[in-house]
Design a protein around this ligand. Structure first.
Ligand code: FES
Length: 477
């Protein structure tokens, strides 16, 4: 399942790190947040090294819908109510400055990445909700208006429109920006100790270390696993669905997302917490909606994305944890990875260079929100401490009961194991305990993966790690 971005652009390869080097800053993670942060630091005169475990853009950046917008859904009114007007104002303006910074960067570096300035819309079938959202946006000083008609065929009472937003091809942008930086690919970080970052074949000694890898993988200090969960969503690229100019997102849990890229209409949705898709069928649900909305269109690509969700819906950007003055984190971007990446780059480069940033306080990981408590309790209840290494033997009769193309958690004398049987009757067996903190994994039939319901780690049916915070696979030994 390849995204439209990976299908339409090949990133240039980079060497792995094969020596011990020194730098002013080391960035762990070669996605949008990592590359943008390195770029901003280099512009400020800091020698910066980026370490990417696989290829740049190979994580969430390739799965984004690449909307560059400060309109994060139907959020203005609820944000003001929950966080207060000052925080809401800072949040929306940090993101609008990020939109403008993308445009400036593309212009400054002359990047050919199909950047288009356009409007974004949040639609709803509730007229009162739209009026209140429009008024709330006005209170925040946003250039917004209420539109009665939209160009997408969804039943709705209209939409709130934000002006001066943008969309682009994220991999074209990333590749161009990374060319001017020191980036090492296939250099997974195995250890971070004070001011040293180690990979299997080399290390970086740096004054500042930035964790820009979707999910901060060092559990203590920081304890980010108690403060975020992960969610998945699905995207289709359709041909023959016509053209739309704006970027759209609906209000509510079943809402859909729309944007155009050339001849493709991207339609996304069907969000669920990672590890909570036991029944499967998310792609089919999305396809059914697409068939109804755009009869006669043709699907050319489908893919999924994973996002870190914080309790107060504000990313964590700033010092990693008390007692770690040289470590910095950028995570918890919700569904808004593009602007959140740029906000991270702007705030972290300001902090590291000793400059004031007017928005840094609301994103600081050191903030504590009362909304975090229920999440900590829920996740803590699911975690099983004291992971032990187990050696499973699955009886033949149990395996026989599993249908081809299906998976099951089976009981053995040694405990539980996960078993997947391919359509060709080949059997793959994995340890079913998440190596992060010991939660039991759950089968995801849509993607044939074992997913962790606690903090969102994912593994393929052979046991290979796909997404953290876990740092190792679940291979059966
Ligand atoms: Fe934390 Fe699985 S226990 S991701």
């Amino acid at each position: 399942m390849e995204s439209i971005w990976s299908r339409t652009y090949s990133l240039r390869k980079k060497d792995a790190l094969h020596s011990d080097v020194a730098a002013d800053a080391a960035v762990i993670g070669g996605g949008m947040a990592g590359i943008l942060t390195a770029y901003q630091l280099e512009r400020a005169g800091m020698r910066t090294v980026v370490l990417e475990a696989e290829r740049i853009g190979s994580g969430q950046t390739k799965g984004t819908t690449a909307k560059i917008t400060s309109q994060h859904g139907m959020f203005c009114r609820s944000f003001i109510e929950k966080q207060g007007i000052d925080t809401a104002e800072k949040y929306v303006w940090a993101n609008q400055e990020a939109v403008e910074e993308f445009k400036k960067t593309v212009q400054r570096e002359k990047i050919d990445c199909d950047l288009e300035e356009t409007a974004s819309y949040v639609y709803s079938d509730n007229e009162e909700e739209l009026i209140q959202e429009s008024e709330a946006a006005g209170k925040l000083g946003v250039c917004a208006s209420l539109e009665k008609k939209v160009e997408i065929p969804v039943p709705c009472a209209g939409a709130v429109r934000f002006e001066h937003q943008a969309q682009f091809h994220p991999l074209k942008f990333l590749d161009a920006l990374a060319e001017g930086l020191t980036v090492y690919e296939n250099s997974p970080v195995t250890e971070v100790e004070e001011q040293f970052v180690r990979t299997p074949c080399g290390s970086v000694r740096a004054d500042s270390i930035i964790f820009a890898l979707h999910y901060p993988f060092i559990n203590f200090p920081g304890m980010y696993f108690t403060r975020m969960h992960q969610a998945r969503s699905y995207v289709l690229a359709l041909e023959g669905a016509g053209n739309i100019e704006g970027m759209y997102i609906g209000s509510g849990p079943d809402a859909l997302s729309f944007r155009q890229y050339g001849k493709y209409l991207l339609i996304g949705g069907r969000v669920h917490r990672t590890g909570e898709n036991k029944e499967g069928g998310k792609y089919e649900e999305l396809r059914n909606r697409a068939r109804i909305l755009y009869p006669g269109s043709r699907e050319t690509a489908c893919w999924s994305a994973q996002d870190c969700i914080t309790a107060d819906q504000i990313p964590f950007i700033g010092q990693y944890a008390p007692g770690r003055p040289h470590w910095f984190a950028a995570s918890g971007f919700q569904k808004w990875g593009m602007t959140s990446s740029m906000v991270s780059a702007m705030i972290l480069s300001d902090i590291i260079c000793g400059r004031q940033n007017p928005y840094a306080d609301i994103f600081s990981p050191e903030r504590f929100s009362a909304e975090e408590l229920p999440q900590i309790m829920k996740d803590g209840g699911k975690a099983v401490k004291g992971l032990i290494k187990r050696f499973f033997h699955i009886p033949g009769e149990t395996v026989n009961l599993i249908e081809p193309g299906h998976a099951a958690v089976v009981e053995t004398a040694q405990g539980k194991a996960g078993v997947y049987k391919t359509e060709e009757n080949k059997v793959f067996q994995v340890d079913i305990v998440c190596p992060h903190l010991g939660c039991q994994l759950v089968w995801n039939p849509d993607e044939r993966t074992w997913d962790c319901p606690c903090h969102g780690s994912r593994f393929d049916y052979e046991g290979n790690l796909l997404e953290g915070p876990a740092q190792e696979g679940i291979h059966y030994e």
